[in-house]
Design a protein around this ligand. Structure first.
Ligand code: ARG
Length: 579
């Protein structure tokens, strides 16, 4: 059920009878205030402009032509030509009744599925995952879950950085250790961060080590078996590490989704040749560069996009061009979505422009780079450890779980130790995810343990608690999961809850269009808050309540619980029966 879409279609039909041009936007929105009804149709103003008539007059004609009898209890003109609509309680109730019967809770399934490639997480291997990859991982995963639920064919691609110049230095350092007789077990690759630091120090300080490292990169990239063997050790260890993080985070990425930079290596030479032959890439001081006038700076200098270094090495950029071709031509993607931090904005503009000009991206493949802002510490600076180092993701998540454990213990519930540990994991991880997902994607945000673990406000614990509240009401009432009752919407709180319950599909559409899970977070928070108001105003367990009123309220509660669980699941956040 999508009320906004229904009203849009009804308005379009009315527009047609009035001779309003078909491309006029009906501009259906949710009403911002209860006195404006439930929905508003604001398209009369632009329609009047198109027909060069008086907007209020046209609003009246539109109102007369709208086929709203079945669904609206009241529809009236306000201001310069807004049409405010109050929906009929009986109609809302029948829509809810249909949602109760439907495992998809009334959300339609996409009847024109698209193939969507989603590039997310993408840590750089041989380093610990850090907070930037946290954002990419959880935002990407939420969007993927929504697209799949809607019915698109989603291809996850974890574009892991396994091919950069850092591997030359790591291999060189490892080789020296092995040559000195230290065996592999003792090299303790598991502490990759430390190993990386050691190698980096030698790279910066030690004569000859940098050159040796560069040689190794070239060797590795041209297929030298020995180098590849050592390289594989780093890759395996890193992937083991990221697996643990993914598991803890409850994200859907698996090994099959890894399509690392190295996978594109065989394509790079051909891509560069093609760009050269077409004249798009030209030589500039020994490097091959695509000059993009479209992205010129203020002085009019074109933006340089280097695709091959002096000396022949390929770059991050070359790989991304190959990825465009693979995704658009081989995978036949209708849409490519990439989640990285905002600092890569220019890079992806350059990639898209170049790939379009070179015909690597089909014209009908949409290319959406979805940037996100920086996670800040409470001091207002980018999030770091107390000593200024990068925060290891695995440790951050452990801390979240342990802090959640304390918070859950304070709730003094009757959970066993075992249950409490499980709840703490769900609350801790949920809190980190919700705090991130609920922020406007493109802004920076402050990471605050206290805020995210609070039981008040828009947080995971609040929503998880709301869910357990509903479940406990249902337990007290002794209801089965397949309880059925007729819904009737008598009180205003019941009606408000009903309208919200019918807005999941509409919300998801917006989440998928703009890759903005924060809209789903808002939706769930508002839903939980409306439930709380309903619960206070509309008793259901007290004596003396009419049986059919009680049954209807319990039914509304059941639907709310299902909706909360479904919505949180789309965000990758788990619920529990008690906490
Ligand atoms: N590994 C990169 C980083 O950590 C992100 C890769 C994103 N995807 C891509 N196709 N470039 O910044």
């Amino acid at each position: 059920m999508n009320i906004k879409q229904l009203l849009t279609e009804i308005t379009q039909a009315a527009f047609a009878t009035l001779g309003v041009p078909a491309d006029t936007n009906p501009a259906v929105t949710v009403s911002t205030r209860p006195e404006f009804g439930d929905y508003q149709i604001n398209g009369a103003m632009s329609a009047a402009k198109a027909l060069k008539t008086n907007p209020r007059q046209l609003a009246q004609q539109l109102l007369d032509a709208l086929a709203l009898d079945d669904i609206a209890a009241k529809a009236e003109i306000a201001g310069p030509g807004f049409i405010n609509i109050s929906l009929k309680p009986q109609w809302l109730a029948s829509q809810l009744q249909a949602a109760v019967q439907d495992p998809r809770l009334g959300v339609a399934k996409n009847n024109a599925p698209q193939t969507v490639v989603v590039d997310y997480s993408a840590p750089n291997l041989a380093k610990e995952m850090h907070v930037g990859h946290l954002r990419s991982t959880i935002i990407g995963d939420a969007v993927v879950r929504c697209l799949e639920f809607w019915g698109d064919t989603v291809i996850r691609q974890n574009h892991m950085g396994d091919w950069g110049t850092q591997f030359g230095m790591l291999i060189a350092h490892l080789e020296d250790k092995l040559a000195a007789g230290i065996d592999l077990e003792q090299v303790a690759l598991a502490d990759l961060e430390n190993f990386y630091r050691e190698a980096k120090k030698r790279f910066d300080d030690e004569d000859g080590f940098a050159d040796k490292s560069r040689d190794y990169v070239v060797k590795l990239q041209s297929g030298d078996a020995h180098c590849q063997k050592l390289w594989q050790l780093f890759i395996d260890t890193s992937i083991k590490h990221s697996d643990e993080v993914y598991k803890k985070l409850n994200v859907t990425l698996t090994h099959d989704d890894i399509k690392p930079e190295s996978a594109y290596n065989p394509m790079l030479h051909g891509i560069v040749e093609q760009l050269k032959a077409s004249g798009l890439a030209v030589e500039d001081q020994g490097a091959l560069v695509v000059f993009l006038q479209e992205l010129a700076d203020k002085e009019g200098n074109p933006s340089p996009f280097i695709i091959q270094k002096t000396g022949g090495g390929f770059l991050y950029s070359t790989t991304d061009l190959a990825a465009c071709q693979y995704r658009s031509q081989e995978l036949q993607a209708d849409r490519i979505i990439i989640f990285t931090d905002a600092r890569q904005g220019l890079h992806f503009k350059q990639v898209e422009l170049t790939a379009r000009k070179a015909g690597l991206l089909r014209a009908d493949t949409a290319y959406d780079h979805c940037p996100f802002g920086t996670m800040m510490g409470e001091d207002g600076k980018p999030f770091k450890t107390r000593t200024g180092g990068t925060v290891k993701l695995a440790e951050l998540l452990d801390e979240a779980i342990s802090r959640a454990g304390t918070v859950v213990a304070e709730k003094a519930s009757e959970l066993s130790d075992d249950e409490r540990a499980q709840v703490a994991a769900k609350v801790g991880i949920g809190a980190v995810k919700f705090a991130d997902l609920s922020k406007n994607r493109t802004s920076d945000y402050v990471f605050s343990w206290d805020a995210m673990l609070s039981f008040e406000g828009a947080t995971a614990p609040y929503l998880q608690y709301a869910y357990t509240r509903v479940r406990s009401i249902l337990r007290k009432a002794g209801l089965d999961d397949d309880y059925q009752a007729t819904i009737q919407l008598l009180e205003p709180q019941e009606k408000q809850l009903a309208v919200k319950l019918l807005r999941l599909e509409e919300t998801l559409q917006q989440v998928m269009k703009d890759a903005q899970p924060n809209l789903l977070c808002n939706y769930l928070y508002e839903l939980a808050s409306l439930f709380m108001s309903f619960y206070e105003a509309c008793p259901m367990l007290k004596d003396g309540i009419e049986p059919d009123v009680k049954a209807s309220r319990l039914m509304l509660s059941i639907l709310t619980a299902r909706m909360l669980r479904q919505g949180l699941d789309l965000l990758g956040i788990e619920v529990m029966e008690r906490m």
